[in-house]
Write a protein that binds this ligand. Sequence first.
Ligand code: SF4
Length: 704
Amino acid sequence: MNLGKKIKTTCSYCGVGCGIVASIDQKDKVLVEGDQNHPVNQGMLCSKGMNLHYVVNDTSDRILYPEMRWSKSHPMERVSWDDALDRAAGVFKSLIQKHGPDSVGFYVSGQCLTEEYYIANKLVKGFLGTNNIDTNSRLCMSSAVVAYKKTFGEDSVPIAYDDIELADVFLIAGANPAWCHPILFRRLEKHKEKNPNVKIIVADPRKTDSANFADLHLQLIPGTDIILYNAIGRRLIETGFVDQNFIENHTENYLKYRKQVMSVSLSNASKMCGVPIEDIKTAADLIGTSGGFISMWAMGLNQSSIGTDKNFSLLNLSLVTGRIGKPGNGPFSLTGQPNAMGGREVGGMASLLAVHKELSNPKHRQEVADFWGVDQISPNPGFSATEMFEALESGKMKAVWIICTNPMVSLPNLKRMEKALSNAKFVVVQDISHKSDTVAFADLVLPAAGWLEKEGTMTNSERRISYLNKGIEPPGEARADVEILCDFAKKMGFRGFNFSNAEEIYEEYASMTKGTSIDISFLNYDRLKAEGTFQWPVPDYRHTGTPRLFADHQFHTPSKKAVFNIPKQVENTSEKPSPEFPLILTTGRVRDQWHTMTKTGKVSRLRTHYSHPVLEMNSIDAYIDKVKEGDVVEIKSKNGVVRVRAKISKNIREGVVFLPMHWGKQLQNDLNRANNLTFNRVDPQSKEPDFKYTTVSVKKYKKP
Ligand code: SF4
């Protein structure tokens, strides 16, 4: 390969945020390698990251020019950008005039860059006059956002990856970082290899690769997480491994917490969550006697109809032990997507405003309105992800603009999704790939630039902001998302969108952060390009970033104290296994695939790990249901059917089955989609859907 130039950038997959050096030849062919000098990965990349160049170099699936149909019965035809955006503006104006601003909405993605997230939110909340903008990050971390806000007063991740090497006990809860955050897990492995006293506890109904590596696996019954973490809390209190000074001086509501955790005996808790009492005691004693305790969690806690309460129960373990604001200590939610955190900063959900302001707070709404030079931000709460598609199904919402995400595979209850998108008067899909199942429902398809084809910034799980360089031109007529959105805004007749590049958008957003807890007003593109990555806040020109928050134990609540929040419900009772549906289905990810496979599905070597979806089931359940390894099984819930092959395993709890969520209709067929089975059941506090608890039956499939 004739290598022309090298640029530094960041991996576009998970929230770990690994640094990448991309070598680009004169024909724009790309080769990637890990950035040896990057503080996150020090040159390492996982299977997904190290194969990113195949995704960029293969443009066979790319959307190359705008396509539009004049009515639902017309075929799609190629149109100019001008015609495409004129049509979009015409339809949006007419719908807003006839049905009001809440009849339209945007559904965006944790893969959008911060500038894209910001401008989409400014457009929708500031100028279209609705708060109907939500994101696929709603599906992965909104429970953690609510829990952080209620515990610390703001959505603030307290620690950094560098704390890993300073801790000696880790509780990984409802996460499989060995597969889903591999480079972070590699750091953990290295730390343990060097320090045999390091102990890892994994709580998961499945014996995952992460659990296999752990010293203690708490193989709990799905939905009983709170009972388990409360039992650990009880044991910590009983053995005196609590930080009374921290509790008294820096927390609120401890007595209510104490009352709840003491209300269930350890032996009852053990029976309820299916974890031996000795293991509960061992976990608590390891945490209590540790020098540094870090909890890490992801979808197993967040994606639940009691997801926020689950988060509370885990956060409370850091509060009761006073393990926060000190090196090597703290709770650490792992974001799934590369810029889920950046989206949170700019208010990228229906319930949020930029710079951690609250949509429900009239003063905050006015401050943001003044900043954007508009009269007001609507006080009406916007639709969350599932609500938005329910509103399209019922006709309450008429049009949706979908950016960089594939809800026809990733949202729950795909039967309803199909109805929702078929029923919508106007669907815009702005994306890079024809491989998205959602494109088939579009009335207007807009080709977007992908990774390396545009510039901008992202924030990873540890609040680390990085600049992503543009290295190559997008194929065909594809354009950067910010250009598309600004041009649409101008066609709508809105002021405030005359940006000539992403940097100007960044500057506007950064100036908005001045004086806030996430201040990056002194961090500009020049510094990011010259000095590398920074963890917010960066409150002055010489500041090098803030790896750890709350060192002074001053939280963002009115009292400056952290709050013990008491779970209202300690067990997921949204469904109960029954004779008709005796098993609990959890859905999730496999090691080498990302989301709905529109990118990783293109790389043949990433399909060797799992070439097709399989249902993992316990050998006893398989025996009862007369299912053998490799049999095609039919999985049924009250909602739908899936047919895949069975993988019999001792690594999953009896009574629980696991199905990966990546496959869609385009990749196999519509009977491979895990979300045929799931429901629009959401956590009432975070509106995050429950992907971890659906009762199903499994039978060997016999062709009729
Ligand atoms: Fe990319 Fe995440 Fe893998 Fe790092 S761990 S290379 S960010 S997918």
